[in-house]
Design a protein around this ligand. Structure first.
Ligand SMILES: Nc1ncnc2c1ncn2[C@@H]1O[C@H](COP(=O)(O)OP(=O)(O)O)[C@@H](O)[C@H]1O
Ligand SMILES: [Mg+2]
Length: 403
């Protein structure tokens, strides 16, 4: 604190590392924040979480929970006074909150990167403007834009520019009339219309980048979605070495182009025609990187804490093949007509000795809500896949045989 008073004009990045024992701040109280807290705490940091919910996955494990809105001046001031540095666990935190904190604290990632990622128009424009291959798209701001939609973009997907996640805020369209209807359904707020790609596979790469521009990527994850929500991530992805190298290089190049600091996820499509396209970016750890906790030397959450504290990056090598299965609230409601949620019998998962169960401490199970995940490890990827299939069957999660 005294250091800050003596050197008020110092760039936050020029400050010395923030050593274990000090306080780190986090905006957001969800499961990504919870896993960040746990990783930062195991490095010896104390964590203060700002989140408006009285009970939240991160708030309940943090050393301190500041219960306030993200733009609440008092809440932000409390965080600023308590902490040496701050990060975020979700991209929809108002950029103004990060800017406010950045006046006094080290903040990673920077508000500018978060602002790009939280708006699909700026995200897509940034990616294509920086030379990355993306699905063909156009911006819809008013009815005139809808009338001018090129036939080559159809069939497509209309995605709201802001606040979409887990497939929410997206509508599939086949004709210009569908586009008009979708734009109306979206309340005529800004959207992108993206050409629908025939997907061979979906991949993601999590990358960390330090102040000095040093980068480290984790192995590529292969992602399967169900109803727009991530269902399973398989790591390493079952792709050739060339494609894997290209995916990792692409993620690094995106982080470089953003001059990014922190942990970033780059989601990609492999089209049936072989093209590798960037789908979207998340300025934080990602669901498809949860496998790094149990299967890599350094997890994405530990790395987030390391970059935030200006410590050296940890080794991202994967030591064990892994398949992560998401646990959605649906499995709390498995019997016909069941109204009240019923806790699944976790012994069924834990009977597999190489299955690592992570539950997020959410009190209320709801369909489609991410309640936890289980990472299945194996001596080989086939073994990990076999365990994932077995656990899916036992917990009655659909598509066990599609892996
Ligand atoms: N242009 C596209 N072509 C084919 N499938 C798509 C396209 N855009 C999105 N999808 C599918 O929808 C999923 C969610 O879309 P995405 O843009 O990643 O939004 P979010 O993850 O924020 O909900 C993708 O993972 C993919 O399965
Ligand atoms: Mg996505």
């Amino acid at each position: 604190m005294s250091e800050r008073a003596q050197r008020p004009d110092d760039e936050p990045q020029a400050r010395p590392p923030i050593v274990p024992g000090e306080w780190l701040g986090l905006l957001g109280g969800g499961q990504l924040g919870r896993m960040f807290c746990m990783a930062a705490q195991s490095l010896g940091y104390r964590v203060a979480v700002l989140d408006p919910g009285r009970e939240s996955p991160a708030g309940s494990v943090a050393d301190r929970h500041v219960c306030a809105d993200y733009l609440d001046p008092q809440g932000l001031s409390t965080l600023r006074e308590a902490c040496r540095a701050a990060t975020t666990e979700f991209e929809n935190v108002p950029a103004a909150a990060l800017e406010f904190l950045a006046r006094d604290l080290r903040v990673t990632p920077g508000a500018a990167s978060v602002a790009i990622a939280q708006d699909r128009i700026s995200e897509k424009s940034f990616l294509s403007g920086s030379g990355f291959a993306v699905a063909a798209f156009t911006v819809l701001r008013d009815d005139a834009d809808v009338v001018q939609v090129a036939a080559s973009l159809l069939p497509g997907i209309v995605k709201s520019a802001r606040l979409g996640y887990d497939g929410k805020g997206q509508l599939r369209v086949a004709t210009r009339d569908d586009v008009a209807a979708a734009f109306a359904t979206m309340g005529r707020t800004a959207c992108v219309l993206e050409k629908r790609i025939e997907l061979e596979r979906e991949l993601s790469v999590v990358v960390a980048r330090s102040d000095g521009g040093e980068t480290a990527t984790w192995p590529v994850a292969e992602n399967r979605h169900r109803d727009g929500i991530l269902d399973v991530s398989i790591a390493p992805a079952r792709i050739g070495a060339d494609l894997a190298a290209r995916a990792r290089e692409t993620a690094t190049a995106v982080a470089d182009a953003l001059d990014y600091r922190g942990v970033l996820c780059v989601e990609m499509f492999v089209a049936t025609d072989g093209r590798l396209l960037v789908n979207e970016i998340a300025p934080r750890p990602h669901n498809s990187g949860h496998y790094t906790i149990d299967a890599c030397v350094t997890s994405q959450f530990e790395q987030q804490a390391r970059v935030l504290a200006a410590l050296p990056l940890g080794d991202t090598s994967q030591h064990t093949p892994a398949v992560m299965v998401n646990l959605l609230g649906d499995i709390w409601f498995q019997d016909e007509g069941q109204r009240e949620p019923r806790e699944p019998d976790w012994r069924r998962a834990l009977a597999h000795p190489a299955a690592k169960l992570h539950l997020y401490g959410k009190r209320e199970a709801r369909r489609g809500r991410k309640m936890g995940h289980v990472t299945c490890l194996g001596g080989t990827l086939d073994e990990a896949l076999a365990t994932a299939r077995a656990i899916k069957r036992e917990l009655r999660i659909p598509d066990a045989d599609r892996l």
